[in-house]
Unconditional design. Structure first.
Length: 140
């Protein structure tokens, strides 16, 4: 049996413009309280980077590197959300491939949820749990 640590990590964060995490997915199994704290810290960090980049250049950035990972960003079409894909460099994700994946994710998410669903969202990350199988299929 292969250990999950051998698999390159891919994570998806879907956040509102204020940095509130709506959905999180990781291809690695297992969950600890520390993981929840790390997710929230990562979401806060990403929000700060997005806000800084927009303030500095007037534009959203689409990708950057952080340690052993590449980070790719996309803004929603009909719902003002940010979609962030983090892939370890071992995944060999380039910007074109990441944009294709994120475009699919945005389309699927916006087919599952309406702007009203998001504006009425109560902060429960499990509210979007039905979206997980779709993400697994896209990030396979």
């Amino acid at each position: 049996m292969k250990e999950n640590l051998a698999k390159p990590k891919q994570e998806l964060y879907i956040m509102d413009k204020g940095g509130q995490l709506l959905f999180f997915y990781s291809n690695l199994q297992g969950k600890t309280t520390e993981d929840d704290q790390n997710r929230l810290l990562t979401a806060s960090y990403l929000t700060g980077v997005l806000q800084f980049a927009k303030a500095a250049s007037g534009n959203l950035i689409s990708s950057f590197e952080m340690g052993k990972s590449d980070i790719f960003l996309k803004k929603g079409n009909m719902i003002e959300l940010f979609y962030v894909l983090i892939a370890e460099k071992k995944v060999k994700m380039n910007e074109k491939k990441a944009d294709k994946i994120l475009t699919l994710i945005v389309e699927e998410f916006e087919n599952c949820f309406t702007p009203e669903d998001i504006s009425n969202w109560d902060g429960d990350l499990d509210a979007c749990i039905e979206f997980t199988p779709i993400i697994k299929k896209i990030l396979k």
